[in-house]
Design a protein around this ligand. Sequence first.
Ligand SMILES: Nc1ncnc2c1ncn2[C@@H]1O[C@H](COP(=O)(O)OP(=O)(O)OP(=O)(O)O)[C@@H](O)[C@H]1O
Ligand SMILES: [Mg+2]
Length: 496
Amino acid sequence: MANDYTILVADDEKVVREGCTRILTPEGYMVVTAANGREALDKLAAQPVNVILCDLKMPVMGALEVLEESGSRYPHIPVIIITGHGTVESAVECMKKGAYDFVTKPFRADHLVLIVRRALEKQDLERRAQQLQEERARNLYDLATEQSRLRAIVNCMADGVLVTNRDLEVVLCNPALMRLMELSPPPAQPAPLEGFLNDDTLVEALCNPLARASTETAFISQELQRGQTHLRALSALVYGPDREVLGTVTVLHDITSLKEIDVMKSNFVHQVSHELRAPLSAIKQQHTVILEGLAGELTEKQQELLSRSQARMQGLLDMINDLLDVSKIESGHAIQEQVPLRLDEILKETAVLMNEKAAEQGITLQLELEPELPMIQADPRSMEEVLTNLLSNAINYSPDGGTVTVSALSHGEYLEVRVSDTGIGIAQEEIPRIFDKFYRVKHPDTRKVVGSGLGLSIVKGILEAHRGSVEVESEPGVGTTFRVLLPTISPSSPET
Ligand SMILES: Nc1ncnc2c1ncn2[C@@H]1O[C@H](COP(=O)(O)OP(=O)(O)OP(=O)(O)O)[C@@H](O)[C@H]1O
Ligand SMILES: [Mg+2]
């Protein structure tokens, strides 16, 4: 709104002052007047002014002095010089000293309005440019503060941090990373990761998802061992706004103390289980002697009570044996003796052993073996344990009878064993947890099934120690299939 603008008219001729007021007031400007330069400066000090119209020659103080004063005190106010025809040269001199423009007397109304408007526009533009510049300076300052704050945080972190660009060049790493990986500082320029990092496993782990850049492999967790130190490396891909891969971020956490505690726990469980097994076996043995009547005749009631407590003792012994297996697998001592092996025999033997249990529950046990199964390198007792656990689960969790099928087929480099049942199945959300130690799914139909929840964790541990894997597919109410994969050895292999 023009109303918000104040124009100061300084001229010793009353007629000019009045003329300007008459022209500018209807345009919506506030007009204040001064009869000389001194008065003009007083008015400037007393109130905000947007444009000064100033006569070149005035008694007391002329335009040049006004320009000098206002230029230093109010540099943002444009000054327009009012001049006669004969003094245009002096007006030009004033412009060199900082005046915005000049008008020659007598001036036309529209010309005056135009020149004032232009001066105001210029002032507006200058103000906006100044604001933008201030804002930019503020943003740059904020950014610099934020950057140095982030750098300070990353450098103080106890965990190692490593950032690479998408060409796998190191762009940031903190002192903790250098300490944990025993590295010397990288050069200032982005350095290739391979030359910088002395751990091939980590380099490979970062290369793979970058090459594929798929969301499913966007997050990798792996353990690294460096002498006595155990580290967990968590790596993630960094994406830009359009989902393009920008690089990787890896956080390295020292888990040595956790590993030590884990070993202590395994040793403790192992010791306690071991100490419990001997006396418990002895008690069970003595019960058997009593039950067989070798210590005197028993009443029916005594027989029944003793049988029941024997079954409970057997349950306890099974659990202790499972715990011993778990601790053996965890300490890496489980798979003592890996030999070239044909799985057919073990599959048949285990099926025969489990057949009685299956028949008791009205379950048909089927064996479907491909002829000429390839050999594997494995510990026979551990393989028996895997199959016994999977088969006993298939039977236990099929309370209404049905069929349990064990099949084996070759995929060249891998041998696949499948144990399928038509039992109660496992809900999708439970599947990730059934391999956890002591985890059992609650189901109304299997409340009577005795178990400790260790079977599948033993199966998984054994298979991983054989460089194999186990997967499960299941549909509640329809059935479950466990698929075991084990690497084969070719007959020509030197291992055979
Ligand atoms: N074939 C299956 N069908 C349905 N549920 C199953 C099957 N196999 C395993 N489960 C579920 O997974 C859980 C874990 O199995 P796991 O063999 O580890 O322990 P468990 O059978 O309960 O005890 P144990 O240590 O004696 O084997 C079971 O409690 C059961 O709920
Ligand atoms: Mg089980």
